[in-house]
Design a protein around this ligand. Structure first.
Ligand code: SF4
Length: 507
């Protein structure tokens, strides 16, 4: 009797354990004394669902840009310069010295809170698979490195001290005693006074020991101070990797939360190609001849997806449903009026009568523009043009269909032929595109082609300071591709507003 009761209590306890593991996360407001963080402590304060989403998307934009910089082989200096304005805009993180009296005030706390919470939200979103965990850990480490290197040196030292990494600074008398060994294991340092060393268990720096880059004595490795950054980064990555493993085990318990799960799923989908929203007010190109008669000419600025639709339309005098939809939305996005769009389609469908056009196609074009049908919200506006993410991930084209993204949906041979037909004949670019496509970095391949096709103009706007890095951030939207290409090739209008891409959740 007693034994069976004990068993049932133990059973209840086991069941409760799973349910209550996270129930004890007691509220704890963080003081954020340092700008940098190893994100060892999960956040416990409540935030609104709106902040949850917006903060995560802002961080995601930064991580995607960091990843794009590395895929596009930008140097660390170029990456830092490229990221600086974006970080200021989306994920600012000021030093204590930026606050009056060096006191962590409310502004700094809010910046650090956003950084902290957004990191953990994306941890949840990206811990589901080995591939996502690896990519997240890599870009988070790159972000940490950027910030670590840019940090105020005094604050950086205080932060490193706070980590309790068990690094023992080698004192002067020991330095002198081991001078010969320390100098011989530290190339480039001639005098013992020019460098500092710290002692750690040799097992914590196996790579340095393996490469004989450190002096080892009594189980301790003597690591020169200049290796500090790489050691801090290794520690950061190790802790993050362990944290991601733990989070992935906790994930199944989140499945029941129908508020968070869709957001997290969408965020993880966004990591492949961030979803760029389209801002109608910024689609205009003042003075540009956007009309039905000029589409052939403007198509030189189209990305490959839209060029393919345009060429197919010219060749077949027809496009199937999804092709018409993708292309009409794009044309609407470049600011082609409804009247001109109808005229464009009517003239392009050469093999049908007016009557057939009016019956079968006119209504759909008007619907896309919001001229007819749709719900009240859409009336007058219609539907937004498709982003790369939508084109890449939805409705793959079937036989005889021309929609989709050639980088994603063409064979490598067909893609190469098409690129060559459009004038991309640089071997390095074609090789780079092939590699991108093999690694499923479709939008990176598209950006690579864009950069090559506009290299002279990009150099000019950079050199002359006409556009900053924010104007040249990675393209995630066909309409951004068009507008940027048009402006670069018509630089006298280059002061016109650029179509900024808003990374956002799908409507
Ligand atoms: Fe079009 Fe985007 Fe594909 Fe480029 S990456 S071809 S813009 S869908």
């Amino acid at each position: 009797m007693i034994r069976s009761e004990a068993r049932s209590v133990a059973k209840r306890k086991r069941v409760d354990h799973r349910k209550t593991q996270f129930a004890h996360a007691s509220f704890k407001e963080q003081g954020y004394p340092y700008r940098l963080s190893f994100y060892d402590v999960p956040p416990t304060q409540e935030i609104s669902l709106e902040d949850f989403e917006i903060w995560a998307i802002d961080r995601l934009r930064i991580l995607a840009e960091i990843e794009a910089c590395s895929f596009r082989a930008k140097s660390p200096q170029e990456t830092a310069a490229h990221l600086e304005p974006l970080l200021k805009k989306y994920l600012p993180l000021s030093s204590n010295s930026a606050a009056p009296g060096g006191i962590v005030d409310e502004r700094l706390k809010l910046e650090r809170k956003k950084d902290h919470y957004s990191h953990y939200i994306l941890r949840l979103a990206f811990s589901g698979t080995e591939d996502l965990r690896r990519r997240f850990s890599r870009v988070e480490t790159m972000l940490f490195k950027l910030r670590f290197q840019a940090d105020d040196s005094r604050e950086r030292r205080a932060f490193v001290d706070s980590l309790n990494l068990n690094w023992e600074l080698v004192q002067e008398d020991e330095k002198r005693e081991l001078a010969e060994q320390l100098l011989s294991s530290t190339p480039g340092v001639r005098r013992i006074e020019d460098e500092n060393w710290f002692k750690v268990d040799w097992t914590r720096v196996p790579e340095l020991v393996e490469h004989r880059s450190v002096f080892v004595r009594k189980g301790k490795a003597y690591v020169p101070m200049r290796e500090q950054t790489s050691m801090v980064l290794t520690e950061f990555t190790n802790r993050l990797d362990k944290g991601l493993e733990l989070t992935s085990r906790a994930l199944p318990r989140l499945d029941e939360d129908d508020r968070l799960t869709p957001i997290l799923n969408h965020l993880s989908k966004n990591f492949a190609t961030p979803d760029a929203g389209f801002n109608e007010s910024e689609s205009s190109l003042p003075g540009a001849p956007i009309n039905a008669a000029n589409i052939d000419n403007l198509s030189q600025h189209f990305p490959l997806c839209m060029k393919h639709l345009h060429n197919t339309l010219r060749k077949n005098n027809h496009l199937k449903h999804f092709g018409r939809l993708q292309y009409t939305l794009f044309l609407k996005g470049i600011n082609l009026s409804l009247e001109d769009c109808l005229l464009f389609w009517r003239q392009s469908f050469k093999l049908i009568t007016d009557d057939q056009f009016n019956k079968e196609y006119r209504y759909n074009v008007r619907h896309v523009y919001g001229d007819v049908g749709g719900d009240a919200n859409r009336r007058g506006r219609g539907y937004p043009p498709y982003s790369c993410q939508k084109i890449l991930s939805e409705h793959p084209p079937g036989t005889g269909e021309a929609h989709g993204c050639p980088y994603r949906h063409f064979s490598v041979d067909n893609l190469t032929s098409m690129l060559q037909a459009t004038g991309v004949n640089d071997r390095d670019v074609l090789r780079g595109v092939k590699e991108d496509v093999e690694k499923q970095r479709f939008h990176i391949a598209c950006n690579r082609v864009f950069d090559w096709a506009h290299k002279t103009e990009i150099k000019k706007v950079k050199d002359e300071g006409i556009w900053g890095p924010a104007e040249l951030e990675t393209i995630f939207h066909p309409n951004t591709y068009f507008k940027r290409s048009y402006l670069l090739k018509n630089l006298s209008n280059a002061n016109a507003n650029l179509p900024r891409q808003d990374v956002k959740m799908e409507e």
